[in-house]
Design a protein around this ligand. Structure first.
Ligand code: CUA
Length: 179
């Protein structure tokens, strides 16, 4: 996915650069205004109706997903309450099951922190802001068991880098029974 986005970005940037180059190279040529205007208006109509058509198609395809699965219909989530402090995390569970949604209720006891969940390869898998006075919900289903680490994603002072919490994600069959 990231590879695709990266490639797409490079292509779009290249196209924009070519347009700039084209405009710059043609900026000294003179042309009669009415002809240019007529062409521009035709082009504008094509873009307008093209976007309308694209909008209808995209809406038709994506609206078929409705109604979205409600929280009730979704499999029961494992709720984990998490609170950030300078400079540690407090979680009421350090073990969750893979393959079943986890809902993190994330808040802070002092300043803003960033609740970032990293897998064993230190790849960010999910994140949410930990804010004093608010509880932010983060839903994530872990596909692979293993040791995940929660690290702070928002600079919060001297020992910001030390805010690491290890979260064990276990295969469903050897999971402890939730209280
Ligand atoms: Cu907490 Cu950075």
């Amino acid at each position: 996915m990231q590879q695709t986005v990266w490639l797409l970005t490079v292509v779009v940037v290249a196209i924009i650069a070519l347009i700039f180059l084209f405009v710059a190279l043609n900026s000294t040529t003179r042309a009669e205004y009415p002809a240019v205007q007529a062409r521009a208006y035709r082009f504008r109509s094509v873009v307008f109706w093209g976007l309308i058509l694209a909008g209808i198609v995209i809406a038709a395809v994506t609206l078929r997903e409705l109604p979205y699965t409600s929280a009730q219909a979704a499999p029961a989530a494992q709720v984990v309450n998490a609170k950030g402090y300078q400079w540690y995390w407090e979680l009421d569970h350090d073990t969750v099951k893979a393959g079943q949604p986890v809902e993190f209720h994330v808040t802070s006891g002092d300043v803003n922190h960033g609740f970032g969940i990293y897998d064993a390869d230190t790849r960010l898998v999910a994140q949410v802001q930990a804010m004093p006075g608010y509880v932010n919900r983060l839903r994530h289903t872990f596909d692979r068991p293993g040791t995940y680490r929660i690290m702070c994603l928002e600079y919060c002072g001297l020992v910001h880098h030390g805010m690491i919490f290890e979260l064990q994600v276990v295969a469903p069959q050897n999971a402890e029974v939730e209280p």
